[in-house]
Design a binder for this molecule. Sequence first.
Ligand SMILES: C[S@@+](CC[C@H](N)C(=O)[O-])C[C@H]1O[C@@H](n2cnc3c(N)ncnc32)[C@H](O)[C@@H]1O
Length: 258
Amino acid sequence: MPWDPVQYLSFDAERLRPALDLLARVPLEAPESVVDLGCGPGHVARILQTRWPGARLTGVDGSPEMLQQAAGALPGARWILADLADWQPDHPVDLIYANASLHWLDGHDALFPRLLTFLKPGGCLAVQMPRNHGRPSHLAAFEVAEAGPWRERLGPLLRRQPVAEPEAYVRWLEPWAPHLDVWQTDYLHRLEGPDPVAAWTRGSLLVPLMDALRDEERGAFLEAYRQRLREAYPMDGTGRTPFWFQRLFIVAKRETPG
Ligand SMILES: C[S@@+](CC[C@H](N)C(=O)[O-])C[C@H]1O[C@@H](n2cnc3c(N)ncnc32)[C@H](O)[C@@H]1O
């Protein structure tokens, strides 16, 4: 699916904050090998490299457009075009950092423990995923997808509950990573401009839906979606639109033997 780095980065400050909140909790001093899984346009990879200048940094993503932007931002890193579901490193690594990417993959019960096996003992898996799928920003998209002539095409693409309860990740990871750090944060963004929540999801949730719609259908889909969002997210008295967005964070340190 064609990801658009420009659309995605239009809320750069809001999207960067959880990436930094996750990074702040990574308990590694000087990792030699760092993988940014689902690296997108590379803006977070640059921060990872700044925090650990001596680390070998690898970015992995399935979007050539995103990787091209990333390689421009950080030419010294290694960039790999791959499906995250199949990717595995050549050698065990110190840190796998995945910000806002793994909710695009299914089967977390198998995926998360598998990622732990790619770590050196003492290595760390750090993940942040949106958990806003039960909120109007996402429910409105599901409703419009199901209500129009595009229903049959969009139905199979709807990811209604891509992220499990926090307790499920504890169950899946704890046998190999007893020192788990799991938390949720609900961010209150105050967005500017017209229809800002729809502009936000254009860069993420709506990407596969827009891709599946015909050129002549996109306008009607977006207008129906925006109308629902205007009711769910009214502007406040300052002309900004308050937008709550919940995210789940997981930091799992693989046990060191002995
Ligand atoms: C929302 S962006 C996050 C980018 C970056 N991690 C950040 O923090 O800004 C999600 C990224 O995951 C990638 N992605 C989603 N599903 C993928 C898959 N199955 N395989 C590879 N990359 C995938 C997309 O191409 C996109 O660049």
